[in-house]
Design a protein around this ligand. Structure first.
Ligand SMILES: [Zn+2]
Length: 558
């Protein structure tokens, strides 16, 4: 048998007493909506002020409730409507929740409490009706109360009607306007209301209510699980209650931390912290392994990226005195944030996280990427730092004409691939039809290859240089010490091969080897061409300051 809490299980306005008991369960947040001021949690200053106003008879004609969703604006509005009309109100301004007026309002039957959701209709047609009806006397209550939710969604016409009413309100009318976005409410309206700002609820306040709910519902809940739900709800009680509902329908009457995580695809915090540790310290293999483990465990990697962002933000706020760490965290945050939104949507979160792991091992490159060197390198005169391993010099001339203008810009010679030759026979092969490109040609157009690569392949191959061409087999060199890149490139080889086929024709086979790839540091003078835009130069200058003056030549980085 369920036992109601001391504050009484609220009767639900939409509860149909004649409905069969086996009918669908009503949403928790509806059943647990506060019915009296004392049941409202987390908004004490507002509640105290309103109660006092009611108790002393200082009711104004228009209230404006501002705050994030799920923080109790509508519940407070209904309780205020009750308090204004209660027939047995206490001296403390609290409605009795038992008299005819209170019950009618609670059950949604009161003719004189009119709730309008401006988000669902802009009140265009109703504006005139609103004015007409507002002037007539209330039929069953002392005062007629209009509760207008999401008031910022009203049409201009409706705002005008509302403004007229608020300017000269009939004595028997009270307006309670609620909004999540005051910037879209005309100042003329705002200035005629008494404004209350609802705060996001503290995690412990939310958790305490969830505890009351679960114990009353006969559900065994781990306090840590309720705390996790409260944190996930980010200050919104309704979101917390909905999430608890979801977990309860998933886990039955045993709510544990794992059931919360499973219900929303969350990874546990140690896994997230471990992944972030690996990213911060540049341990790419460890980070990649953790990503694979999370994926194998069925975690939603878009969700993982969001958790990573949350954890990264916490650490960033805790480490403002360590500029190197802060820079690192900021880079991770940016990618995690993107992977958490776009990545979650198109299923690429895993690859974005993997690429973040790769980048974490190459901080100078990651820093250079911030300035979009593709733009800066476009017309910059850049010395060819070294000769390629074979006798084929890189082509300094533009590549064959391309319909894409970006191609021309990216045709600057790429830096040396390796300072020592691996084999002497890496001369261009003679392809069957005689039109296969030479290694030098592939190399000279490598910037274009990177530019045209699939967005998720791009960051990976930007670090590689064409190293050897043997028939259809192109060997890409990646810097020594990053052996993990071999597997990553192997996993995307098909995409790279298809691209090479598109650009150079014929079939291709791509593999990767580690080699000493020199990425020549650039000075600012070398990096910025005379006709560079001042904005780009300033951006580069700032980046050089941040990174301590080292910019790695990565012309294809995007
Ligand atoms: Zn009452």
């Amino acid at each position: 048998m369920l036992k109601g809490p001391k504050t009484a299980v609220p009767a639900d306005p939409n509860l149909d007493l004649n409905a069969p008991l086996a009918g669908p369960r009503r949403a928790l947040y509806r059943r647990w909506r506060a019915q009296r001021f004392a049941e409202l949690v987390g908004q004490d200053p507002i509640v105290n002020t309103l109660r006092r106003a009611v108790a002393t008879g200082r009711i104004v004609h228009a209230y404006l409730f501002v705050g994030p969703r799920g923080t109790g604006k509508t519940s407070t509005a209904r309780i205020l409507a009750k308090a204004i009309n209660c027939l047995e109100r206490g001296d403390d301004g609290e409605p009795c929740d038992r008299c005819a007026a209170c019950v009618a309002i609670r059950d949604g039957r009161a003719m004189d409490v009119i709730e309008i959701d401006a988000a669902s209709h802009g009140l265009v047609e109703d504006a005139r009706d609103l004015v007409m009806r507002a002037s007539t006397a209330p039929s069953d209550l002392r005062r007629r109360v209009y509760i207008i939710d999401e008031v910022h969604m009203l049409s201009p016409h409706a705002f005008n009607a509302l403004l007229k009413l608020i300017e000269e309100p009939p004595d028997h009318v009270v307006f309670i306007l609620a909004t999540t976005d005051t910037h879209r409410v005309p100042p003329t309206i705002i200035s005629r209301t008494q404004r209350y700002d609802f705060r996001r609820l503290a995690t412990d306040v939310i958790a305490a209510k969830l505890t009351r709910i679960t114990s009353a519902e006969g559900v065994q809940a781990d306090p840590a699980a309720l705390d996790l739900i409260a944190r996930l709800a980010d200050g919104g009680m309704r979101d917390a209650e909905s999430l608890l509902d979801q977990v309860m329908s998933y886990a039955g009457d045993q709510v544990a931390v794992d059931s919360v995580r499973d219900a929303v695809g969350l990874a546990d915090e140690e896994a997230i912290a471990g992944l972030l540790d690996a990213l911060v310290s540049g341990e790419a293999p460890g980070a990649l392994q953790r990503i694979a483990d999370l994926s194998d465990a069925g975690r939603d990697l878009g969700q993982v990226a969001q958790q990573l962002e949350g954890e990264g933000r916490r650490r960033l706020l805790a480490a403002p005195t360590d500029p190197a760490l802060a820079r690192r965290l900021a880079t991770i945050l940016r990618t995690a944030s993107e992977a958490g939104t776009t990545g979650a949507r198109d299923g690429r979160a895993r690859l974005q996280l993997e690429l973040l792991a790769v980048d974490s091992a190459t901080q100078p490159l990651a820093a250079a990427a911030v300035v979009a060197p593709a733009e800066l390198a476009a017309s910059a005169p850049r010395p060819v730092p070294a000769t390629p391993p074979t006798g084929n010099p890189p082509q300094a001339s533009p590549p064959p004409a391309s319909p894409r203008p970006a191609t021309q810009r990216l045709a600057t010679p790429i830096p040396a691939v390796a300072t020592e030759s691996k084999t002497a026979d890496s001369a261009p092969n003679t392809p069957p039809n005689g039109v296969r490109p030479t290694l030098a040609e592939v190399r000279s157009r490598w910037g274009e290859v990177v530019e045209r690569a699939h967005p998720v392949v791009k960051p990976l191959i930007k670090e590689c240089r064409p190293y050897e061409l043997d028939g259809i087999r192109l060997t890409l060199a990646f810097p020594e010490g990053r052996e993990f890149m071999r597997g990553l490139i192997a996993g995307r080889a098909r995409s790279i091969e298809d691209l090479l086929g598109d650009m150079f024709g014929g079939a291709w086979s791509v593999e990767a080897v580690a080699a000493s790839v020199d990425l020549e540091p650039l000075t600012i003078e070398q990096a910025i061409s005379p006709n560079e835009s001042p904005e780009a130069a300033a951006l580069l200058q700032r980046t050089l300051e941040i990174t301590g003056g080292q910019l790695v030549d990565a012309p294809e980085v995007r």
